[in-house]
Design a protein around this ligand. Structure first.
Ligand SMILES: C[S@@+](CC[C@H](N)C(=O)[O-])C[C@H]1O[C@@H](n2cnc3c(N)ncnc32)[C@H](O)[C@@H]1O
Length: 193
């Protein structure tokens, strides 16, 4: 298929904002797929920070990053993304180039451990504050599990309410796929003139 699948599109948009030496955040580390991708984008002169509330997932992600010889210095926090700004060093506040959110639950792990609307919105608000002008947030949304549709609606409402002069907001989704396909939202913080 020529049209990028949702996860590929999330990578494509994040990559457009990232250069070697940049700071990037994986807000939902899980098994570390996006973390690994971010380290490859920013390279050894960059920095990657990751968040997840499941210690087991973080342990697996750490092993995976070590085996792949992470291309960038990486710090993983066992903490919710709603605490994002508390954990990032002060000097990177306002200079993050990309933050990736992949919501819902981690397949193959505790399916009751899902992202939830209130903490997701807090995390997104913090991520937007931490971005540099021209930086992006990607959000992959799932609606097939209990609570998923309500979370997707809350994110859409929050994103739609962002002032156009400050943030570009894009919704990317397949309209004719069956069985609750994932959706992508991309936010770009506009550079102040
Ligand atoms: C869909 S999975 C992420 C998959 C991951 N991107 C990967 O590449 O494997 C969602 C993750 O969000 C985590 N999570 C749930 N609530 C969270 C929160 N408040 N802050 C950060 N992570 C959270 C879950 O533990 C789960 O690992």
């Amino acid at each position: 298929m020529v049209i990028p699948e949702i996860l590929d599109a999330a990578h494509m948009f994040a990559a457009r904002a990232l250069r070697p030496g940049d700071v990037a955040v994986d807000a939902t580390v899980g098994n570390g797929n996006d973390t690994q991708f971010l380290t490859e984008q920013v390279g050894p002169t960059g920095q990657v920070f990751g968040f997840d509330v499941q210690d087991g997932a973080l342990r697996r992600a750490r092993t995976r990053l070590e085996e792949g010889e992470a291309a960038a210095p990486t710090a993983l926090f066992c903490a919710g993304h709603e605490q994002l700004l508390d954990h990032l060093p002060d000097e990177v506040h306002g200079s993050v180039s990309a933050v990736m959110f992949n919501l819902g639950y981690l397949p193959g792990s505790d399916s009751s451990c899902i992202t939830r609307p209130s903490t997701t919105i807090e995390g997104l608000t913090s991520a937007l504050e931490g971005l540099r002008g021209g930086g992006v947030i990607t959000v992959v949304l799932y609606t097939g599990h209990e609570g998923g549709a309500a979370e997707a609606n809350a994110v859409r409402e929050w994103a739609t309410a962002q002032p156009q002069e400050e943030v570009h907001v894009l919704s990317y989704r397949f309209l004719n796929q069956q069985n609750d396909p994932p959706q992508l939202m991309v936010l770009e913080k506009r550079a102040s003139e």
